[in-house]
Write a protein that binds this ligand. Structure first.
Ligand code: CAA
Length: 283
């Protein structure tokens, strides 16, 4: 039995998330709902995602979760760049660390499978959200990328850690260092998404996958997720947050964000970061 969408009324009444259940398929569906901002992840979305994920993790009537974005244009176009303007490096480190604890690492370590239904742009924090899910399905209009380096940043929600594990170091280096977007066909070819389907079949495909979990043991799924996650050594997570924060002190970051908001090309200068010192710090 499929229920109607319900809005999550958060403490600021922002309504950034809605959700519904399909109790026959034992699945909870979460939709990020800021279409005017291409579903960009501001702090309210992060807090609402944390709340609904906690709720659905405890809900024994469902065996899996689907996350998608409102509208036809975007899954999630990244972290909210407008929020970044006021941030210093300490706030940036907190954003990255708390975002991981509250949402990204939580999804990866959830007690049931989470499927990303990628219905358009999945950029920056949006692709990182999809990367933290266990299975990714993209619609044919999806565009995927980690464009952070083009705005003077680096992926701060786990992208530098998860992308190489999913698609290999070579493809990950190219995607992160160039910031290029790829379409869903290329994403499927390099193993970034499990399926590439016509837009109108996106949810059907995700529900079909959700249905296949009904015949499995929830204990097995929980411990299989935990075992697979532990096949990777994750010491880079902290370094990523530190480096993400360090970039907020650079002139090039200020230029990158200003250029995005003013809708012009960024004019970057040579790096002022001492790389020998940084190599020592990582030891
Ligand atoms: N943050 C805040 N607002 C965003 C946004 C974002 N990540 N992405 C899009 N928007 C806003 C735009 O500013 C615009 O708002 P206004 O109408 O008020 O100007 C609205 O959404 C529609 O976007 P566009 O007019 O730009 O739409 P477009 O079709 O011309 O372009 C796009 C679409 C290519 C996705 C473009 O919006 C874009 O490049 N977005 C930014 C993508 C990006 O750089 N993401 C990474 C963010 S940093 C990050 O995620 C850090 C991290 O790892 C933690």
């Amino acid at each position: 039995m499929e229920q109607a969408w319900e809005s999550l009324n958060n403490f600021k009444n922002q309504q950034t998330i809605c959700y519904k259940y399909d109790l026959d398929l034992k699945v909870g569906i979460i939709k990020i709902q800021r279409p005017k901002h291409l579903n960009a992840l501001n702090k309210y979305v992060i807090l609402d995602l944390e709340y609904i994920l906690d709720h659905m993790e405890k809900d024994t009537s469902i065996r899996s979760i689907i996350i998608t974005g409102e509208g036809e244009k975007a899954f999630v176009a990244g972290a909210d760049i407008k929020e970044f303007q006021k941030f210093d490096d300490n706030e940036a480190y907190t954003l990255s660390k708390l975002g991981k604890e509250k949402v990204f690492n939580k999804i990866e370590q959830l007690n049931k499978p989470v499927i990303a239904a990628i219905n358009g742009y999945a950029l920056g924090g949006g692709l990182e959200l999809a990367l933290s899910c266990h299975i990714r399905v993209a619609s044919e209009n999806a565009q995927l990328g980690l464009p952070e380096c083009t705005i003077g940043l680096l992926p701060g929600y786990g992208g530098t850690q998860r992308l190489p594990k999913i698609i290999g170091m070579g493809h990950a280096m190219e995607m992160i260092l160039t910031g290029k977007m790829i379409d869903s066909f290329e994403a499927h070819r390099i193993g970034l998404v499990n399926y590439n389907v016509p837009s109108e079949k996106l949810l059907t495909k995700c529900l079909e996958i959700a249905k296949s979990f009904i015949k499995t043991s929830p204990d097995s799924l929980l411990l299989a997720i935990n075992s697979i996650n532990n096949s990777f050594f994750n010491k880079g997570d902290k370094i990523e947050s530190q480096n993400f924060a360090k970039l907020f002190k650079t002139q090039n970051f200020k230029e990158g964000v200003a250029a995005f908001l003013e809708k012009r090309k960024a004019n970057y200068k040579a790096s002022s970061i001492n790389n020998s010192q940084r190599r020592e710090q990582n030891k």
